[in-house]
Write a protein that binds this ligand. Structure first.
Ligand SMILES: NC(=O)c1ccc[n+]([C@@H]2O[C@H](COP(=O)([O-])OP(=O)(O)OC[C@H]3O[C@@H](n4cnc5c(N)ncnc54)[C@H](OP(=O)(O)O)[C@@H]3O)[C@@H](O)[C@H]2O)c1
Length: 291
């Protein structure tokens, strides 16, 4: 039995689908308020709980052989990105789990002080590496599925909002490829006890994204390009009445202010371990947008 947390998220949903296609038994950890009927129809066992609750995590881990942690927090890095994963790792040990896959983030090891999610991911990575469990830690760059709503907006308006430096590089990754990598990590020896950077096959500049949209929809992009100071101003104003939102914007700012790409060597290593060719961003978008 696989336990998948974040089972209704961009990565988790695809992981559950793939496991069910391979006829594996899956327990999907979901919140009551989530949209989980698709997972149920695919034959996943639905576990309703909240990752804020230790008791829910303990119950969900009973009788599982594999744990795949794909959940994300939005704004509560301490409770969800950090504590919930520490509890999952402790429970994995207590239940004799055979393999633990953790979704971290590219750059988790760069010591970004202002980014609570990155700090939580790094602390969890360290805890898992020292746990004695079999593990795979995956550090993805940006996910292609996040761009689908932006592409839909572009299709209608031609507008693209690009905050900060257009030249910053990124290795946006097919979310379907990531799901395959997650699932195969459990069985492929080459992925065992590894911490891997995961990105798409191309190093893109952020300005390449509206160019790809333009090609797909045959439409000239109108790029709105405020400087990073825009986010700093927003943070300053938010901090006056919502300090927690101000803190979580630190992670967002870190994502905008830095480069997140994989080297050619890292991509070659991935393709060698997992034995398939990674999909380009344009291909991913064309498949989903049917153009
Ligand atoms: N998106 C990216 O570009 C990117 C890049 C690198 C790394 N990552 C990492 O990859 C992971 C997955 O990202 P994603 O984009 O697939 O995430 P996502 O679509 O935002 O999904 C987050 C998932 O976590 C669940 N969740 C949040 N709080 C919860 C709680 N208290 N109890 C139970 N479930 C809870 C959500 O459930 P609901 O449906 O109930 O909200 C949802 O299923 C995250 O750890 C993220 O940090 C993402």
């Amino acid at each position: 039995m696989f336990l998948v947390t974040g089972a209704t998220g961009g990565i988790g949903r695809r992981v559950v689908r793939l496991l069910r296609q391979r006829e594996q038994s899956v327990r999907a950890f979901v919140r009551l308020t989530s949209r989980y009927s698709e997972l149920e129809h695919r034959g996943a066992e639905i576990f309703i709980g909240d990752l804020h609750s230790k008791q829910d995590i303990q119950k969900a881990c009973q009788g599982v052989q594999y744990i795949i942690s794909t959940h994300g927090s939005g704004s509560d890095a301490l409770s969800i990105d950090y504590r919930a994963n520490i509890e999952l790792i402790d429970q994995a040990k207590a239940n004799g789990v055979q393999h633990f896959v953790f979704i971290s983030v590219l750059g988790a090891d760069r010591g970004y002080e202002d980014a609570p999610v990155f700090k939580a991911k790094r602390a969890v990575e360290r805890y898992l590496q020292a746990s004695g469990l079999n593990y795979t830690i995956l550090r993805p760059a940006g996910l292609a599925s996040n761009l689908l709503p932006l592409a839909e907006r572009f299709r209608e308006t031609g507008l693209y909002l690009l905050i900060g430096d257009r030249k910053n590089r990124t290795s946006i990754l097919s979310t379907d490829d990531l799901a395959k990598i997650v699932v195969d990590s459990v069985t492929l020896e080459g992925a065992h006890n590894q911490t891997l950077s995961v990105g798409g096959p191309e190093i893109l500049s952020r300005a390449d994204i509206p160019r790809i949209f333009a090609r797909i929809f045959n439409k000239e992009p109108v790029i709105i390009n405020p400087p990073l100071l825009f986010i700093d101003g927003l943070r300053g104003a938010l901090g006056l009445f919502n300090p927690q939102a101000q803190t979580s914007l630190g992670t967002y700012r870190t994502l905008l202010a830095n480069e997140f790409f994989c080297t050619k060597e890292e991509i070659a290593k991935l393709e060698a371990i997992f034995n398939f060719q990674l999909e380009t961003l344009e291909n991913f978008l064309r498949r989903y947008l049917a153009v």
